[in-house]
Design a binder for this molecule. Structure first.
Ligand code: SF4
Length: 505
């Protein structure tokens, strides 16, 4: 579609969202939540526009987009950023500057935020210095309540004051007005989202996780296996529509454990075999469930699984028992190489998550794990320092956050900050270990899971890319040029004018 034609479609927006990823690798990834909320508000008669990839764009382009979409009719400017601010302060600073500018330029607009950064935002921007409202948790119901209040004279949603900010918690949604139901969510991408032909899109399969690992603070952990899963009919419709409109076949599956239910795996497999096209996707999987149902290993592959993230965490039995992932320590060293090399034949980009700082592991043992990953040609592994959150105001907390002392964690203060310690390590040790382990591992990393699905949207062959070592990637320049083309196309369509490389300088 030409830029000129798109300019004719400019609508007057009630709500405008800014979205991006705080990501050192600067991927072209669409965080899903703002699109979901936009779609939901449209279902209820509000006009909404997402301005995405703000982590990739200079401030002047983002301001131009806001000037285009914010009108006297607009009442809400929402921010949805993914992942943790520690990863990239520059993006946070840029967003802060834009929002302060927007606050001054558009005083009639309420500035709101949600997503995984909310605890950080509540803490760093106290007393409503930047945000009029901060949303905790899934916000379909609560944001709609706020819109209905601002436009249609409905009741004000229930607000809690935290650090001087007005926080609207999903649990405080008015029970009489709760309308969103994930099981029947018929989410659709909108023309104004400017989907690029063949791009990799996020697709929500369900919410929550049936497990409850002790370090995990994801929402809705410990749910029942059939809770909060989208119906297969809704998923199939979304896949078909995306293909018909934009030739989309690549996906990031949004679900904490895509293989939580064997029945659902079978249903999903059957659905993919009915489609007149093949899909490829990445998602979070549990190894123990694959081992329990060996027929699911190839069934998932045949369904299109080409990138997988295993939360392996540790090979140490005591540490694994402590976090409630004992199976991994007992079995993963036999299971994973067999799955990766013999069953999937290195056609799936396998990524593992590992934790540094779990007692009783020390640095030498973690270095052995690094060596094991290298020797067994795992595509990618991600080291995390064990995190224990002492914030009283967090909506979602882990068992460790709530009861750290009963698992052997103690505390010390450094530079006014509180850190955990055990007899084996301090939080600072674990941080230093992670830096050293990542430095040692990086030359061996290949594309895997989310990264793999991101680069295949640039017309690169997945079966080739899955075995490319990133440090010596012969396609690196091509990827970088195509990432730039993707962005210039997106921003051109969004702004209704031809954006060039010059605009990105
Ligand atoms: S770590 Fe993974 S498997 Fe464990 S509770 Fe969290 S999402 Fe579920």
């Amino acid at each position: 579609m030409s830029v000129h034609r798109l300019a004719l479609f400019t609508r007057t927006m009630d709500v405008v969202f800014l979205a991006g990823v705080v990501d050192p690798q600067r991927r072209n990834y669409r965080p899903f939540a703002t699109y979901q909320l936009s779609w939901y508000l449209r279902q209820h008669g509000y006009e909404s526009q997402v301005v995405n990839f703000i982590h990739q764009a200079p401030e002047k382009l983002i301001r131009e987009a806001l000037a285009k979409y914010i009108t006297p009719k607009t009442k809400i400017l929402g921010l949805g950023l993914m992942t943790h601010p520690k990863d990239q302060q520059a993006t946070i600073k840029k967003v802060e500057s834009i929002l302060y500018w927007a606050k001054k330029t558009y005083p009639h607009v309420k500035i709101v935020a949600g997503g995984p950064l909310t605890s950080f935002l509540v803490r760093h921007y106290r007393n409503k210095m930047l945000f009029d409202y901060i949303f905790y948790g899934h916000a379909e119901n609560t944001l709609l309540e706020l819109c209905d209040h601002l436009w249609r004279g409905g009741d004000h949603p229930k607000v809690t004051s935290i650090q001087g900010n007005d926080v609207i918690d999903e649990n405080a949604a008015d029970p009489k007005k709760i309308r969103f139901n994930i099981e029947q969510s018929r989410f659709e991408w909108h023309d104004s989202d400017h989907i690029q032909e063949g791009e990799t899109l996020p697709l929500e399969l369900g919410r929550g996780c049936v497990f409850a690992c002790r370090f995990c603070s994801y929402p809705y952990i410990g749910k029942k296996v059939n809770d909060f899963n989208r119906s297969m009919d809704c998923i199939e419709n979304e896949l078909r529509r995306n293909y018909d409109k934009w030739k989309i076949t690549n996906y990031y599956m949004l679900d904490d454990t895509i293989n939580a239910s064997h029945e659902r795996n079978v249903e999903f497999y059957k659905m993919t075999q009915r489609l007149p096209f093949k899909i490829q996707f990445a998602g979070y999987c549990r190894m123990d469930l694959l081992a329990k149902r060996p027929d699911s290993e190839m069934m998932l592959f045949e369904s299109g699984l080409r990138g997988v993230y295993f939360g392996l965490e540790t090979f140490n039995q005591d540490a694994a028992d402590l976090i409630k992932k004992g199976w991994n320590a007992r079995n993963a060293k036999q299971f994973l190489p067999k799955l990766h090399h013999e069953i999937w034949k290195k056609r799936v980009g396998v990524q593992c998550g590992l934790i540094a700082g779990l007692p009783p592991q020390g640095f030498e043992e973690l270095k052995e794990t690094n060596r094991w990953m290298i020797d067994h040609e795992i595509n990618h592994w991600q080291w995390h320092r064990l995190g224990i959150n002492r914030e009283k105001n967090s909506l979602f907390t882990s068992e460790f956050d709530r009861n750290a002392e009963s698992y052997g964690f103690d505390w010390y203060v450094d530079n006014g900050q509180l850190y955990w310690k055990t007899q084996y390590a301090t939080q600072r040790d674990a941080e230093n270990w992670v830096s050293q382990l990542v430095a040692e591992a990086t030359p061996h990393f290949k594309y895997a899971c989310w990264n793999l699905m991101e680069i295949v949207q640039y017309q690169l062959e997945l079966p080739v890319m899955v075995n490319v070592v990133r440090a010596s990637d012969p396609f690196r320049n091509k990827i970088s040029l195509r990432r730039r083309d993707f962005l210039t196309n997106y921003w051109s369509q969004l702004l209704g004018r031809k954006v060039t490389n010059f605009d990105f300088q």
